[in-house]
Design a binder for this molecule. Sequence first.
Ligand code: NDP
Length: 338
Amino acid sequence: MSRVLVTGATGYIAGHTIEELLTAGHEVRGTVRSLRDPERVAHLRRLAESAGGRLELVEADLSADAGWDDAVAGQDYVLHTASPFPSVPPRDEAELVRPAVDGTLRVLGASARAGVRRVVMTSSLAAVSAAGGRDDRRYTEEDWTDLDKAAPYARSKTLAERAAWDFVADHPDLELVTVQPGLVLGPVQHAAARTSVSLVRRLLAREIPAVPQLGFAPVDVRDVARAHRLAMELPAAAGNRYICAGDNLWFGDIARILADEFGPQGYRVPTRRMPVWALWVIGRFDREVRLGLDFVGKAEQVSAEKARRELGWEMRPVRETVVDTGRSLVGLGVVRAR
Ligand code: NDP
């Protein structure tokens, strides 16, 4: 049993990671920006109770020094998941990049001062294959996103991860492992959870009339959580990046799985392909859609072979991931049948 700090405990991935750690018998401390609203952490309190584990929550913000030294004190490991992840980028890129990079350096600095053994950082495929990962080869951990071509979120993740590797190069006593998830789907733990499941929500709610031909390498949030635990526990993982994502999945595939499963329950999931011209028109008004325009018709191909081989990591079938995402959104009342 170890003592583990998870940064950004309110997050989608963090919630599942905390559940994974508690279930495995670890003691968890989580950082949140503010403890003022008990509703935001109610799901974490509930899951600590049902896992019978020890969970403590403390305040720390990536944009300030306050709280970080106290947060890491006495911890064996730090799982750094916190980073700004807005569904649409802010007008000023610095709002993303600064907390991502400076926040990572704050977490690493405090970890080094406190004698933490290892930091596992949630990076992203955005730091591997964004702005290039749509050609004919499979991207691996050897690849890095080209900063000159990357969108603001991908730049924030790439710069933060690079800063982390530079930091540990100067602090050899601190180990670093990075996890590079693809598009994370899978059950949400509370109704306010947003981020990457918004696509499934939009399809179930029929917020879009047809499905753009966009594809991403998906991964289940529960498998991402397991990857974080394995990356923390296995001594040989130190100093490595691990891609955690499956084969390209088209949005049309997701829509068909949802239509099969939830159609009979009254959900009118669109399955028709959206013509590219329509995507351009919608993209003029919807920044979330506009972000996908560069990727139309291009598959995202990456290899998770290294995580399989070195961590013994496996992914559950993608159908289970998509169906469980939908079930959680339906179960929490986020979407309703018409
Ligand atoms: P969420 O938005 O659910 O979680 C992000 C977390 O970061 C939240 O807890 C948020 O806190 C916290 N955070 C953001 N800004 C700050 C800040 N200034 N100070 C402290 N905490 C902050 O997203 P995910 O769980 O999906 O993402 C978690 C990590 O995984 C991120 O690093 C993201 O880049 C990465 N990732 C996600 C993927 C996905 O598809 N979901 C894919 C690949 C990587 P608050 O609740 O207060 O806003």
